[in-house]
Unconditional design. Structure first.
Length: 437
């Protein structure tokens, strides 16, 4: 009898803790929403509406159910079976089930007192964890013409600080990211002998003479670091004693590729910098491979995508030294169908880097490895890209399809097969270190 009584008690307890537990917003759903959805769905960020409160979420439960069931939101394109990343924003099976069960049970709010406090505390104007130490932006807002033409504008942003600073993180910011195709920025140190205030505030590479850019050449003798933004990207950060040193004086050349729009809109953009007082013991480097970068002429076959074709290209690059990879940043345009990168060592071992089986230009990211990934000297780094230039591709910008190249300014109607790597010179034991995103 004791045994039967115990089994009944155990069954009742499991029922109460499991199936009988009432899922509420504050206790169970809010932590998921704030970690995976709210970083973009809040004022000043890319999401079209906020998901910060119970009221924000409850009035959109039908929409949330649809995008969660389909996997459309939160957007995460890499194949997690190929490689896991530290900044993964996809929902786990348990998180999906929790949200859907909560909606099925009429989305009860529950008690705010049971709200889990481990979710992120958002800071206005940034996706990082605190306010920036320095924000450098365009001098004035720029008006993008509403004539359905793409434009490439280079903005000169001079800066002068009391001393050089150690960089912990950085991010591109803008008050109107929806009209930006992409942005790149280069930090150039400039000696005191050169006046960083001379020259135009910006150069219009699309509507004016490209020779106007020559006035910026005196600022470009050396480059400290290079970064950028593409749709979906958050921030770049460097843990522990990693990072790079911001020069005390220089010029940032910010190149913004504006998408075609039907009516004029004003926009102002810049870069947030976050500094740390601890010394930089290991300097982070960045390299661009493929279109517009190292190995562009070695893409095989020649990077030309004929109309009405689905075509595969690859690029193989020899790794010149032992490297430890921190971030990987793939990039294609609207014809992109899939992207994969891996390295094969001299011993024949394959190092999986990233696989995006269903490319979507709207959702890109700079992906952070969970551990530093060692790529030994002599490894062959391979990039593979497949492109769909047929009428069956709903994202094809040309109807009927046209022959497409990677050339000149590489407009969105052109194509690219590019990958940026943020890396360090390898140190013994790097591959077992775990870093927070």
């Amino acid at each position: 009898m004791r045994k039967e009584t115990f089994l009944i008690f155990l069954f009742t307890l499991l029922l109460k803790l499991g199936y009988g537990q009432k899922i509420t917003y504050h206790e169970h759903v809010a932590p998921i929403i704030r970690n995976k959805c709210s970083p973009c769905h809040r004022p000043g960020e890319a999401g079209p509406f906020s998901l910060l409160t119970y009221q924000d979420v409850a009035k959109r439960v039908s929409f949330i159910r649809e995008v969660v069931e389909s996997g459309y939101m939160p957007p995460w394109k890499p194949d997690n079976h190929y490689r896991l990343f530290a900044n993964d924003r996809s929902l786990t099976s348990k998180e999906k089930t929790t949200i859907l069960n909560w909606i099925d049970n009429k989305a009860p709010e529950g008690s705010p007192k049971k709200s889990i406090q481990s979710s992120p505390q958002f800071v206005s104007g940034t996706q990082y964890t605190r306010k920036p130490d320095l924000t450098l932006s365009m001098k004035n807002a720029f008006m993008v013409k509403g004539d359905n033409e793409e434009r490439f504008i280079v903005f000169k942003i001079p800066f002068e600080m009391g001393s050089s600073r150690n960089v912990e993180a950085m991010e591109f910011i803008s008050d109107n990211k929806k009209i930006i195709h992409h942005a790149n920025f280069a930090i150039h140190p400039v000696p005191d002998s050169i006046d960083i205030q001379t020259g135009a505030d910006y150069v219009n590479l699309t509507d004016e003479s490209r020779t106007n850019y020559d006035q910026y050449l005196p600022f470009k003798k050396t480059m400290t670091y290079y970064g950028g933004w593409i749709p979906g990207t958050s921030f770049e950060s460097y843990p522990a004693d990693l990072g790079w040193i911001m020069p005390k004086r220089g010029v940032i050349l910010l190149t913004v590729h504006y998408a075609p729009i039907a009516k004029p809109e004003n926009i102002i953009s810049g870069i947030n910098f976050f500094f740390k007082e601890t010394p930089i013991k290991r300097v982070v480097n960045v390299v661009s491979l493929g279109s517009g970068g190292v190995g562009e002429q070695s893409i095989d076959p020649y990077f030309m995508i004929q109309a009405d074709s689905i075509k595969k290209f690859n690029l193989k690059i020899l790794t010149p030294q032992d490297q430890s990879l921190l971030y990987i940043w793939p990039h294609m345009h609207l014809l992109g169908k899939s992207f994969k990168a891996y390295a094969v060592t001299a011993a024949g071992d394959t190092i999986k880097l990233i696989s995006i089986p269903s490319w979507d230009f709207r959702w890109q990211e700079i992906y952070k490895f969970r551990n530093l990934v060692k790529v030994p000297k002599g490894s062959i780094l391979t990039i593979e890209g497949i492109y769909d230039n047929t009428k069956n591709n709903p994202n094809n910008p040309n109807n009927p399809p046209k022959m497409v190249f990677s050339a000149n300014d590489m407009k969105s109607t052109d194509e690219m097969m590019t990958m940026l790597l943020v890396f360090l010179t390898y140190n013994e034991g790097d591959e077992v270190k775990v870093f927070d995103p």
